[in-house]
Design a protein around this ligand. Structure first.
Ligand code: GLP
Length: 243
């Protein structure tokens, strides 16, 4: 595990964008695993800026997003598909048929999850996986539980996650209760895993996940075992890490 300290959100975003950009330069047909949430917005903005300057070419890149709300079709304003279009895909030269997000409109859980695992296999797995972390230690939507769930699966979101994601919806009732998420196996098999985190509110979960035991009760903790895991945090988020 490599921990990189960033001065602030902007610095964290630039450092993450640098690593992603290096990946794409080294391997123009790279498979990038991507995340939603507030944290990666600055990273995407930085990548877009460099793309517009002519520094990064996404024409050969494939993207596999971590998760999607079950029941939200692509066109829905709160879908992760839409989020990714607005913050990233619309502004770069990625091919539409190289973009993958779990199909939230498919209510058949088994089929939707199997289909996504097949896609991950077909593209040959993930070269670099970008992650944020939820307040309860979730990655993607892998929520705390008794076991690590390996494949893509349907989750019922925890109260804490519904609470945290409320800010993107009009009210609590509008937050979908279920989501499809990539499982722990595809994340752990990624060549490189890059987690970004900022803010004092994340300091405690970062300490529990990365300075404590590996347990499915804190899903992110398994990343301690990944051979190429990079954590970039701002001062506040890393304030409880004793280093
Ligand atoms: C959501 C996403 C996660 C993300 C988390 C944290 O639950 N499914 O992938 O890491 O939110 O979001 P934020 O970065 O806004 O704190």
């Amino acid at each position: 595990m490599k921990i990189i300290r960033a001065k602030d959100y902007k610095d964290m975003s630039r450092k993450a964008a640098n690593i992603i950009s290096a990946q794409v330069i080294m391997k123009p047909d790279a498979v990038l695993g991507l995340a939603t949430g507030g944290t990666p917005v600055g990273t995407y903005a930085q990548l877009v800026e460099w793309h517009k300057k002519g520094d990064i070419d996404f024409s050969g890149v494939t993207t596999i997003n971590l998760d999607e709300y079950r029941g939200l079709p692509r066109g829905h304003k709160q879908s992760y598909w839409h989020f990714m279009q607005v913050h990233f895909f619309q502004h770069i030269n990625i091919r539409e048929d190289h973009i993958f997000v779990p199909d939230g409109s498919n209510l058949d859980k088994e089929e939707a999850c199997l289909e996504y695992d097949r896609i991950i296999q077909r593209v040959g797995g993930i070269d670099l996986q970008l992650l944020g972390i939820g307040m309860d230690g979730h990655i993607g939507f892998n929520e705390p539980g008794e076991v690590f769930k390996l494949g893509t699966h349907c989750v019922t979101l925890t109260e804490s996650t519904i609470e945290a994601n409320m800010r993107f919806f009009h009210n609590r009732e509008d937050v979908p209760r279920q989501a499809y998420t990539m499982g722990i196996q595809a994340i752990m098999q990624a060549g490189k895993v890059l987690m970004i985190v900022n803010g004092e509110h994340k300091a405690q979960i970062i300490q529990r996940a990365f300075a404590g035991v590996v347990t499915p009760k804190i899903p992110a903790s398994i990343l301690q075992l990944h051979p190429n895991f990079i954590l970039i945090g701002d001062e506040a988020a890393l304030s409880k890490m004793d280093m």
